[in-house]
Design a protein around this ligand. Structure first.
Ligand code: AP5
Ligand code: MG
Ligand code: ZN
Length: 215
């Protein structure tokens, strides 16, 4: 099962991805998580992307595509993968088509999570993430059992540096300009399914499961 989760920042891609990869036994590939990990480890890639991410802009296509090309070729993707936050531009989508053709694979479903802008603002400003295991919480809709601590591993929760109000606004503009055209792109390819993301977590999950299972 090869899936893309498409949708604006804060739509719930990462949250749903964690549940989907567990249910279907496929590999989660989040370019945002990979970039954040590179920054944390002080790698060359991290130095290249840090300032760009903090402004809410997109990392150049060439760099992003190289990271995904290398990741998709690894053996743990052979049983299926879920792309979260990639592709984000038409050139990235074209490049992905080429990478998959080279690996003799194809996309099964592109899930487009739709959600109004005003909901996205509060989703992102209330988001908290575990420093150790990357589990995602929300101060209002999905709070941890103990404030500031991860339910799963006890790790410290932090706020992403690009979740400030000003950067969030910029990320939404960037999404509209550069990523939203992918909805029509994948619709033309006949693989797009749109899901209402402005529902309770479990309901969104059930609807995505139905969409990827083709029922
Ligand atoms: P990335 O990490 O991909 O961020 P994003 O796309 O902006 O998406 P988010 O992670 O902010 O949101 P999400 O949809 O995962 O929502 P979540 O599940 O956390 O990218 C970050 C940056 O990296 C980019 O700006 C760019 O600079 C760079 N980058 C990454 N990929 C790139 C690419 N391909 N090309 C170029 N640059 C790239 O949920 C949000 C909150 O809502 C959480 O608190 C959660 O608990 C809560 N929530 C989730 N679902 C629900 C629900 N149903 N009801 C109530 N609350 C909910
Ligand atoms: Mg995410
Ligand atoms: Zn944790």
């Amino acid at each position: 099962m090869n899936i893309i989760l498409l949708g604006p920042p804060g739509a719930g891609k990462g949250t749903q991805a964690a549940m989907l990869v567990e249910k279907f036994g496929i590999t989660h590939i989040s370019t945002g998580d990979m970039f954040r990990e590179a920054i944390k480890q002080g790698r060359e890639l991290g130095l290249q992307v840090k300032a760009i991410m903090e402004k809410g802009q997109l990392v150049p296509d060439e760099l992003t595509v190289a990271v995904v090309r290398e990741r998709l070729a690894r053996p743990d993707c052979e049983n299926g993968f879920l792309l979260d936050g990639f592709p984000r531009t038409i050139p990235q989508a074209d490049a992905l088509g080429g990478i998959l053709a080279g690996l003799n694979r194809s996309l099964d479903t592109v899930i487009n999570i739709e959600i109004p802008d005003d909901v996205l603002q509060s989703r992102m400003t209330g988001r908290r993430i575990c420093r150790q295991c990357q589990a995602t919480y929300h101060t209002l809709s999905n709070p941890p059992k103990h404030t500031g601590k991860c339910n799963k591993c006890g790790g410290e929760l932090y706020q992403r540096s690009d979740d400030s109000e000003a950067t969030v606004a910029n990320r939404l503009v960037v999404y509209e300009q550069q990523t939203a055209p992918l909805v029509a792109y994948y619709c033309h390819k006949g693989v797009l399914k749109t899901i209402n993301g402005n529902r309770e977590l479990q309901e969104v999950f059930n609807n995505i499961c139905r969409a990827v299972s083709g029922v």
